[in-house]
Write a protein that binds this ligand. Structure first.
Ligand code: GDP
Ligand code: MG
Length: 162
């Protein structure tokens, strides 16, 4: 079986956009409506000649109830079965209570966790990424999933962690 990279984070941070960036095509559904992805959806990806599975997940909120809770359980299952966890945060918004709750869980993970400071669309926004050191999960990787900025460096890092 291929190594598995799980993409997790609260709704609307750009997980599916990042998955499409990794795949180099539009496969994951991107929408402004939070919680579009309810299950885990896995795709086969290739980078630098290495094949791996990338799993897109729905919005993860550890404290969610109702439908949100079942979406979150799916995300948590994806994390438990992943070789590397990519935790996506919206650097334009900064760390929310939900991000902090998720980070608390991820700090206990026995899998490597890479924090993505997404939506760093230009150099000017790099300072927003540095603020996400506060999540306590190491160096935040500045990325613009939408424009591709930093995505190559991120993939190098992900494959190093596999
Ligand atoms: P998900 O719910 O985490 O899967 O988020 P989506 O991938 O569906 O994206 C949510 C919204 O954020 C969409 O409107 C995307 O176009 C937007 N978005 C995603 N990545 C970026 C980015 O790097 N920069 C900006 N400015 N917007 C982004
Ligand atoms: Mg999505």
């Amino acid at each position: 079986p291929l190594p598995v990279v799980a993409i997790v984070g609260r709704p609307n941070v750009g997980k599916s956009t990042l998955v499409n960036r990794v795949l180099g095509r539009r496969a994951a559904v991107v929408q402004d409506v939070p919680g579009v992805t309810r299950d885990r959806i896995s795709y086969e990806a290739l980078w630098n000649g290495r094949r791996f599975t990338v799993t897109d997940t729905g919005g993860w909120d550890p404290k969610a109830e109702g439908l949100g809770a079942s979406i979150s359980r799916q995300a948590e299952f994806a994390m438990r079965t992943a070789d590397v966890i990519v935790f996506v945060v919206d650097s334009q918004v900064g760390a929310t209570d939900t991000d902090l709750a998720a980070a608390r869980i991820l700090r206990r993970s026995d899998r490597p966790v890479i924090v993505v400071a997404n939506k760093v669309d230009d150099e000017r926004s790099e300072a927003n990424a540095a603020e996400l050191w506060s999540l306590g999960l190491g160096e935040p990787q500045p990325v613009s999933a939408l424009h591709g900025r930093g995505s190559g460096d991120l993939l190098d890092l992900v494959l190093d962690a596999l």
